[in-house]
Design a protein around this ligand. Structure first.
Ligand code: FE2
Ligand code: FE2
Length: 251
């Protein structure tokens, strides 16, 4: 199914009675919690859109292959669409009250101790191989819990797009422009990238709540187990296969 078709179906499901009834179905407290979640997620998606703009600039400066530049460009517009949909869910839960997303930062992240050139590589490796790869696992775990059709369709489309975004990092890692020096530099920053990933993903303390999980809510326990699974099964083995450290030394 094309992206356009998937979003048309999400739109139809969002306008259907099942979704429109959600605000009335929840207690005030839970409705506020779920609305707060969607607002926070919209902020995160907007910040991610900006970080892909920085990655695009970085990749241009690195003279990375055009296919990677295209992936970064697509990711920027995908993330803006993620923002819009998170806000639509927030608005529905807030009785139609308009909401907007806020940026969590307005400068490219800088890894301490890395040169400007190395930071250009680190930002895309972090964004793709760490953060977006965790996003895929988290949303897959969420998908198993979601029963609301509009949220399930939206989440499924987001998974497909996050997979594409993660390929930006994995594609860069497979690029022959990265020699042994760059690979050992990246290996030295694996602990810093792992720490940043945990900080970003495990910030909000949200308790597990099956009723809200069914509507697309991401609680801390759900995120934490998916994140650890991503490290164990995808990120560390994937890095090692690409000459970035070995699995055992990166725990
Ligand atoms: Fe996203
Ligand atoms: Fe993404």
């Amino acid at each position: 199914m094309s992206g356009e078709q998937a979003y048309a179906e999400i739109e139809t499901a969002f306008r259907a009675g099942e979704t429109l009834a959600v605000p009335k179905m929840l207690s005030d407290e839970r409705r506020a919690e779920l609305r707060h979640f969607w607002c926070g997620r919209a902020n995160g998606e907007l910040t991610t859109a900006l970080s892909f703009e920085y990655m695009l600039e970085d990749l241009q400066q690195l003279a990375a292959p055009p296919v990677l530049l295209q992936l970064a460009e697509t990711a920027i517009s995908d993330e803006h669409r993620h923002v819009d949909w998170c806000l639509r869910f927030a608005q529905l839960l807030g009785g139609g009250e308009p909401v907007s997303a806020e940026l969590g930062g307005t400068r490219p992240f800088v890894f301490d101790g890395a040169s400007d050139a190395d930071n250009r590589l680190l930002r895309t490796i972090f964004g793709g191989c760490f953060s977006e790869t965790v996003a895929v696992q988290v949303l897959l775990a969420s998908q198993r819990q979601i029963t609301l059709e509009s949220a399930r369709r939206l989440n499924r489309q987001h998974v497909a797009e996050e997979v594409r975004h993660s390929r930006l990092g994995w594609g860069l890692l497979g690029w022959q422009g990265l020699g042994p020096r760059e690979r050992s530099m990246l290996a030295a920053f694996v602990p810093a990238m792992a720490k940043l990933t945990r900080q970003l993903w495990l910030g909000p303390q949200r308790d597990a709540d099956p009723e809200l999980h069914a509507l697309g809510y991401l609680s801390r326990p759900l995120i934490e187990s998916a994140l650890e699974q991503a490290f164990e099964e995808v990120i560390l083995p994937g890095l090692a296969r690409n000459g970035v450290g070995d699995v055992a030394s990166q725990r």
